[in-house]
Design a protein around this ligand. Structure first.
Ligand SMILES: *Cc1c(COP(=O)(O)O)cnc(C)c1O
Length: 241
């Protein structure tokens, strides 16, 4: 488990360096350890190395893991980062502390039902697809800078989501197209940040502070483009089996 400790330290150092290079304060960037496919013991090891925020892709996988780490529950923040099925939305709204993958009103309504018993609204991010890559989930904002009709359609859906009082929209999440060169992700991250600025101007009732962007291979580029949350799996936990 020493290897996890070393990897957490190395990733933190890279986050700090990327923040410094961008003239940003590293304390404004949350490092989320993506623990999917890793058992609870490895999450506990990462917690021992100082990580407190973890990301999971699937409700079914996360539920027993969160239960196995119940003793640490108050110290941990569990993020749902993977695509959510409508029939799991209600459970997700009960289980997680933060949901990054909200990309439809229907899903948001399911989450809101699950979150109804909470003392405070459930923080969520809207997942957006700004690259137009067909394989990516997310609300369709491809080419939004030049496609006014698409922007208006997306904004109409967002306005309805903002009306759900069990949820608190905090910003956007995106996934860059896969590529060998992390610099290829830069236009996607920049477009997501500009879309965030546009939405913040239109809907000042929400906070819009957060930009969840960047994974093991491209988090430094994402930080240069304004990421406030990076979702790092393999660089912390090693290659998935
Ligand atoms: C798996 C996953 C990550 C982490 O990916 P790595 O390449 O392992 O860092 C981040 N975000 C999402 C949505 C994921 O599914």
């Amino acid at each position: 488990m020493d290897e996890i400790m070393n990897r957490v330290a190395a990733v933190r150092a890279r986050v700090d360096a990327a923040a410094r290079a961008a003239g940003r304060d590293a304390s404004e960037i949350a490092l989320i350890g993506v623990s999917k496919t890793n058992p609870a013991e490895r999450v506990a090891a990462a917690f021992g190395a100082g990580l407190t925020q973890f990301g999971e892709n699937r409700v079914q996988e996360a539920e027993p893991k969160i239960a196995a780490l119940a003793e640490l529950r108050a110290s941990l923040t569990w993020h749902l980062i993977g695509h959510l099925q409508t029939n799991k939305a209600r459970r997700a709204g009960q289980l997680f502390d933060y949901v990054h993958s909200v990309d439809s009103l229907r899903l948001a309504e399911g989450l809101a039902r699950g979150a109804a018993g909470r003392p405070a609204p459930l923080p969520i991010l809207l997942q957006v697809n700004v690259s137009g890559e067909a394989s990516k989930d997310g609300m369709d904002f491809a080419n939004w800078e030049r496609d006014a009709a698409k922007l208006e359609a997306g904004c109409a859906a967002i306005e309805s989501i903002l009306g759900l009082e069990e949820l608190a929209v905090r910003g956007l999440m995106t996934i860059a197209p896969w590529g060998d060169d992390p610099q290829l992700a830069r236009p996607t991250f920049a477009s997501c940040r500009m879309l965030r600025d546009e939405l913040a101007a239109r809907f000042p009732q929400a906070s819009w502070r957060e930009l969840s962007m960047g994974m093991s291979d491209d988090f430094a580029v994402a930080i240069a483009e304004g990421a406030t949350m990076v979702r790092v799996g393999r660089a912390i936990f090693g290659e998935r089996g």
